[in-house]
Design a protein around this ligand. Structure first.
Ligand code: IPD
Ligand code: CA
Ligand code: CA
Length: 272
C-alpha cells in the first residue's frame, strides 16, 4: 500500500514543516498561541496550519485514505472513529511538544503514522530544528537520517533510564502505578515530546518510556519505531497496545523485551 510512496510521504512531512512550522519557530505572536483544555495544553497557528497542510498532501498521496489529526479531533471528536474504519488512516500530530515549540526549544517534532485496520504500517518522526527524520516500516526496519536504528539492550546493572507521563496528564490511579518507578536503580523523569522520547528509546539513548494516556497521535509512530529498532512494548496487563483504545494503562515501550517485563512489573502488572 505504501512501499512505493515512502519517500513521497517523507517529502510531504518535510514540506509541511518547512512551510508551516519553521517560519514560526521563535516568531510566534501571543495571539497565535491558544490554550485548549488548560495551560499545559497549547495549540499554535503552526500546529493548525501544518495539520491542514498534511491533511491535503497525505490524502492526495493515497486516494481513499482519511486523516485522524490531533487538531481536527479537538474540533470534532467523532473524527477519531476513523481509526476503527476500513479506510487507511493517516494519524497526524502536527507539532508534538508544542510547549517546547512555544518556548523556542528545539525538542519538538511532527509525527505521522499510516495505519490500516488497527495496524501501523509505517511512521515518520521529524524534528525539523534538530534535522532528524526517523522512518519505520512494518517488517522493514527503522532508520534515522538513512542510518539503521537499533535500540540495543541496557547495560547489566546500569540504572534504567525511563521517561514517564507528566503528572498533570495522569489520573490518580495511573499516578499511583507510575510511583512504582520511584525505586533504586531506576531514573524516571517526566517526558518531553513523547515522539522524541520514543526516538530516544529506538536509538538506545533512553531505556524505556512508561505512559498513562493512549491518544493515537502521540504513540502510533513511536511504537512502530521502537518495535522496528528491535524494541518491544506492553500494557500493564501484559498485552499489546491497541491503537483504537481501551488499553490497560500505563503501558511501556523499551529497548528489549526483558526491560518491558521489568517495567511492567514495576508498574504493578505482569508481562505476558
Ligand atoms: C504532548 C507531548 C507531551 C506529553 C503530552 C502530549 P502535544 O503533545 O507529547 O510530551 O506529555 O501529554 O499531549 O500536545 O505537544 O502535541
Ligand atoms: Ca502530542
Ligand atoms: Ca500536538
Amino acid at each position: 500500500m505504501i512501499d512505493d510512496k515512502l519517500s513521497d510521504v517523507e517529502e510531504a512531512v518535510r514540506k509541511a514543516a518547512a512551510a508551516e512550522i519553521l517560519p514560526r519557530y521563535r516568531q510566534l505572536a501571543a495571539h497565535e498561541i491558544v490554550e485548549k483544555t488548560g495551560p499545559h495544553d497549547l495549540v499554535t497557528i503552526a500546529d493548525r496550519q501544518a495539520e491542514e497542510h498534511l491533511t491535503a498532501s497525505l490524502t492526495r498521496l493515497l486516494p481513499g485514505s482519511v486523516v485522524v489529526g490531533e487538531e481536527a479531533v479537538h474540533e470534532d471528536p467523532a473524527v477519531y472513529e476513523a481509526l476503527r474504519g476500513d479506510a487507511p488512516v493517516w494519524i497526524v500530530d502536527p507539532v508534538d511538544g508544542t510547549r517546547q515549540f512555544v518556548r523556542g526549544e528545539a525538542g519538538f517534532c511532527t509525527l505521522v503514522a499510516l495505519a490500516h485496520r488497527g495496524e501501523v504500517l509505517a511512521s515518520w518522526t521529524y524534528a525539523p530544528v534538530l534535522d532528524e527524520m526517523a522512518v519505520a516500516v512494518r517488517g522493514g526496519g527503522a532508520r534515522l537520517n538513512g542510518e539503521v536504528l537499533r535500540a540495543g539492550v541496557p547495560g547489566s546493572g546500569a540504572t534504567l533510564r525511563i521517561a514517564t507521563s507528566h503528572p498533570d496528564f495522569s489520573s490518580e490511579r495511573q499516578k499511583a502505578a507510575l510511583l512504582g518507578l520511584n525505586v533504586k536503580g531506576v531514573d524516571a523523569r517526566p517526558c518531553g515530546s513523547a515522539g522524541l522520547e520514543y526516538l530516544a528509546v529506538a536509538r538506545g539513548d533512553l531505556d524505556a518510556v512508561a505512559f498513562s494516556w493512549e491518544l493515537a497521535w502521540d504513540h502510533a509512530a513511536g511504537l512502530l519505531l521502537v518495535g522496528e529498532a528491535g524494541g518491544a512494548h506492553a500494557t500493564v496487563a501484559g498485552e499489546p497496545f491497541r491503537l483504537t483504545g481501551g488499553n490497560a494503562l500505563p503501558f511501556t515501550a523499551a529497548r528489549d523485551a526483558a526491560t518491558v517485563a521489568r517495567v511492567v512489573g514495576l508498574l504493578g502488572g505482569s508481562a505476558a
